[in-house]
Design a protein around this ligand. Structure first.
Ligand code: SAM
Length: 246
């Protein structure tokens, strides 16, 4: 791979990932819209529908890991009622700073909080959350199995784990278009918008290396999750995984 990635240790991997998001924090939301041609909105809507926060004032605690600029948390708070609370955790303080500004109103009301931390060792006690989400973040975490065990630990029994991640297109023809798009168009856009093609090449690589849905579902089961399933979206470009702590 471009970065000789298979040979770097997990500390180095995390550093490469951190570099990318430090560079793009301020332009991240714009880049998301441009690069996914707005599709990330539909993918996140599906995720939030699955989170299904109560519309009334029943207490509901949502944790969004690798939550970046708070995009998923914002949608969950908008969908939920007065009892819904969102915690956004990310390893990158700059992404969180953008999120804190965006969700200012919710933060002021005490409905949202932003916490700098690592998905591999969450700074929360056991059995705290009704839902755990991670959108386009888990492929960046060096030790995915550690992140999954932590997700299980902090969910209360009956809590749900939901993960959105890029996958591989499963529609004949679409896979070629997707390859062309991700290896050529995405780095070019990264160059144009953030002045950084290399970082985007690296992110595309990380999608290629991420385990296929059946393998990821098996990792979820190993971490303790029941009913581990996935739903392919947009011809398999994205998969949403779901599991329960029972
Ligand atoms: N979930 C957000 C969204 O969908 O808009 C942001 C996704 S962004 C592609 C990936 C995020 O993962 C970045 O904000 C990055 O800082 C974060 N991240 C990378 N490694 C992490 C780790 N080990 N623990 C927590 N967050 C991490």
């Amino acid at each position: 791979t471009h970065f000789g990635f298979r040979d770097v240790d997990s500390g180095e991997k995390q550093r490469l990932v951190d570099d990318v998001f430090h560079k793009v924090a301020r332009r991240y939301d714009l880049m998301n819209d441009v690069m996914s041609v707005g599709l990330h909105r539909a993918w996140k809507d599906t995720l939030v529908t699955a989170v299904n926060p109560p519309r009334n004032d029943a207490p509901f605690r949502h944790l969004d890991v690798a939550g970046g600029t708070g995009d998923v948390a914002m949608r969950v708070l908008e969908a939920g009622g007065e009892g819904t609370h969102a915690t956004v955790l990310d390893i990158n303080g700059e992404m969180l700073a953008v999120g804190r500004e965006r969700l200012e109103k919710h933060v002021a009301l005490g409905a949202a909080e932003f916490i700098e931390g690592n998905a591999e060792s969450l700074p929360f006690p056991d059995k705290q959350f009704d839902a755990y989400t991670v959108a386009f973040g888990i492929r960046n975490v060096p030790r995915i199995d550690a992140a999954l065990s932590e997700a299980y630990r902090v969910l209360r029994p009956g809590g749900r784990f939901l993960c959105l991640e890029f996958s591989q297109a499963d529609v004949p023809g679409l896979d070629k278009v997707y390859d062309l798009y991700s290896f050529n168009v995405i780095p070019a856009m990264g160059q144009a918008i953030a002045g950084d093609a290399e970082s985007y090449r690296y992110l595309v690589e990380s999608i290629r290396r991420f385990p296929k849905p059946p393998v990821f579902a098996e990792m979820m089961r190993k971490a303790g999750f029941a009913r581990a399933t996935w739903t392919p979206m947009t011809g398999g470009i994205v998969a949403m995984h779901s599991g329960w702590r029972l």
